[in-house]
Design a protein around this ligand. Structure first.
Ligand code: GLU
Length: 425
């Protein structure tokens, strides 16, 4: 019998608690009133659906689908959909709130949302995934909308899934509604530059931080955890800017080469090898993939999953700078250890906001019925990311806090002020 499996209990810090701890510290520094604190603390809406899907073997399997809208104070909710075997409500709630703060940090007119479906896309056929995406979309038909809640890719989903989502939503409305989702294939109204956007933002904020730390990119070494969309693009673009990428990793393990890994080669290898770096010859495999995080490098880019830098390893991190490509890679308890060691961390809600920034451009282009050049997309997103970095850096000096708390302060302040103008009941 196939029951909906209960969410596994993680032997890690809860991402929601990690998010709330930072929110709390920033709110106190900012002197946020208790009333507004309570408004921003809770998600505005949480929807959980049950999705029965006929699998290829003819059997019906029931999946759980979640969508959380944390806030729509700044505008329609925005955020990706995660397909993963262990996704659970608390994680989606944290990720939704991070989207609120992220959109506010880069000053784009969106609230925050996130979706999750507990499934293992690696073990499903394209047909099964398509049926699941369509069922999820239909179940969320009143939640989604170009002026209400705009999904996008996240772990386990990409342009293909966004195309199915757009098609199902459009069919239900009897017209093409391409602005309901971002991260679409180019021919369906996707934006040039969207694929590399998150990695590009990681590169822009990394270079801005390196300038503050007086690290010369041409003499710097870098390790990147995760070689999916974000990690591979960040590696490639940082390599292009002069950094030597000495280590990369994915689910098959971590690969190290003191002379630098040729990232073009690694990407080509991954693409020809069913999406993994397994048996990659351009580097040596580390005995333990987690050792990548503890390498003696100038820059560390965690670009895989949440909760990888924790109290269990934070004191062994040797990088001078951490740039968070993933959402929530550092647990709240690890923050203090990194701060004591004088390690600068460009937080996720700033470092990986390039993706949602170009999602915003995609939505704008869809609504205009127009297409921008890659040059325009990149120029505008680079400027937004650099301005956001400078703004957060200034706040960190003004409030005498690390960049992470400064980013929360900038974000919470913006959302709180907007709420105060809009008013409640
Ligand atoms: N999933 C991405 C993120 O976490 C992109 C979200 C979006 O483009 O809406 O930022």
């Amino acid at each position: 019998m196939a029951y909906i499996e209960p969410a596994p209990i993680k032997d890690k810090e809860n991402p929601l608690e990690s998010m709330m701890e930072r929110f709390h510290i920033a709110a106190e520094k900012l002197g946020l009133s208790e009333e507004i604190y309570n408004v921003l603390k809770n998600p505005a809406k949480q929807v959980i659906v049950s999705l029965p899907i006929t699998m290829d073997n003819g059997k019906i399997k029931v999946f759980e689908g979640i969508r959380v809208i944390h806030s729509n104070i700044l505008g329609p909710a925005k955020g990706g959909i995660r397909f993963a075997p262990d996704v659970h409500l608390d994680e989606v709630r944290a990720l939704a709130a991070w989207m609120t703060w992220k959109c506010a940090v880069v000053d784009i007119p969106y609230g925050g949302g996130k979706g999750g479906v507990r499934c293992n896309p690696r073990e499903m056929s394209a047909g099964e995934i398509e049926r699941l995406v369509r069922a999820y979309t239909l179940a969320m038909i009143d939640v989604f909308g170009p002026d209400k809640d705009i999904p996008a890719p996240d772990m386990g989903t990409g342009p293909r899934e966004m195309a199915w989502l757009m098609d199902e939503y459009s069919k239900a409305h009897g017209m093409t509604v391409n602005a309901v989702v971002t991260g679409k294939p180019l021919v369906l109204g996707g934006s040039l530059g969207r694929t590399e956007a998150t990695g590009r933002g990681v590169m822009v904020t990394a270079l801005a931080a390196m300038q503050k730390l007086k690290i010369n990119p041409f003499q710097a070494t870098c390790a990147v955890q995760g070689f999916g969309n974000v990690g591979s693009w960040a590696s490639l673009l940082l390599e292009e800017r002069g950094l030597k990428i000495v280590a990369i990793s994915d689910i098959s393990g971590a690969y190290y080469n003191a002379d630098g890994i040729n990232i073009q080669e690694a990407i080509a290898y991954r693409d020809s090898n069913k999406g993994t770096l397994e048996n990659f010859k351009g580097a040596e495999k580390l005995a333990d993939a987690m050792d990548l995080l503890e390498l003696e490098v100038d820059v560390l880019v965690p670009a895989a999953v949440e909760d990888v830098i924790t109290i269990a390893n934070a004191d062994r991190i040797k990088a001078k700078l951490i740039v968070e490509g993933a959402n929530g890679p550092t647990s709240a308890k690890a923050d203090a250890i990194l701060n004591d060691k004088g390690i600068m961390a460009v937080p996720d809600i700033l470092a990986n906001a390039g993706g949602v920034t170009v999602s915003y451009f995609e939505w704008v282009q869809n609504r205009l019925g127009y297409k921008w050049t890659a040059e325009r997309v990149n120029r505008r997103s680079d400027r937004i990311m650099k301005d956001a970095f400078d703004h957060v850096y200034e706040a960190s000096i003004k409030y005498q806090v690390p960049l992470r708390i400064a980013a929360y302060i900038v974000a919470i302040d913006k959302v709180a002020k907007t709420y105060t103008y809009r008013g409640g009941f």
